[in-house]
Ligand binder design. Sequence first.
Ligand SMILES: CC(C)(COP(=O)(O)OP(=O)(O)OC[C@H]1O[C@@H](n2cnc3c(N)ncnc32)[C@H](O)[C@@H]1OP(=O)(O)O)[C@@H](O)C(=O)NCCC(=O)NCCS
Length: 164
Amino acid sequence: MSGIIDKNEISLRQANRKDISILEVWLNKDYIKKWYGEPDEWLVEIQNDSGDFNWLKHYIVMYQNTPIGFCQYFDCSHAPEGFEWDNEPQGTFAIDYLIGEEIFLKKGIGSEIIQKLCQLINSLEKPVQIVADPVPENIVSIKLLERNGFILEPTSGLYKLKIK
Ligand SMILES: CC(C)(COP(=O)(O)OP(=O)(O)OC[C@H]1O[C@@H](n2cnc3c(N)ncnc32)[C@H](O)[C@@H]1OP(=O)(O)O)[C@@H](O)C(=O)NCCC(=O)NCCS
């Protein structure tokens, strides 16, 4: 993709079974796998054959009619225990995101995804806060979160966006 990206052309739509093959490609890319880990674990959750993962809300990031990335959110109170958000209040929602097509990196689209995902959570849920849990080495993701108003809470290690 050469030229300027028109951010108005970016949208989120619900992921479906037909997206699994492109998600598999993206999750196997080194710059994504490095942070996301084992692709199969994500694919099992997204396919949700068992019905165990209804609490995860998966979206595909579209640029015009082209899928370019993935994001998801979930209500932390519905997630299994043993994670950083265990002690967070009701109304805590967590987000994950990736850009799967390299030509769309470094163009400000990460911010667009985070903003659209947060708008979506605000419109569908009653969040008191939205959190993200990047590993400390994922500087790109941390800078992105900070540019979008997320603040590190040192005790939990979570980046938090409080909703007024
Ligand atoms: C994390 C991720 C989504 C960030 O996406 P991104 O849009 O490329 O974000 P970046 O911060 O790298 O790019 C923004 C850069 O584009 C530049 N840019 C160009 N045009 C821009 C615009 N119109 N608006 C904002 N930034 C723009 C900015 O200067 C910025 O560069 P800088 O950080 O050197 O200042 C992406 O790197 C990714 O998918 N990584 C792998 C998966 C991952 O780590 N996910 C998060 C797990 S917690």
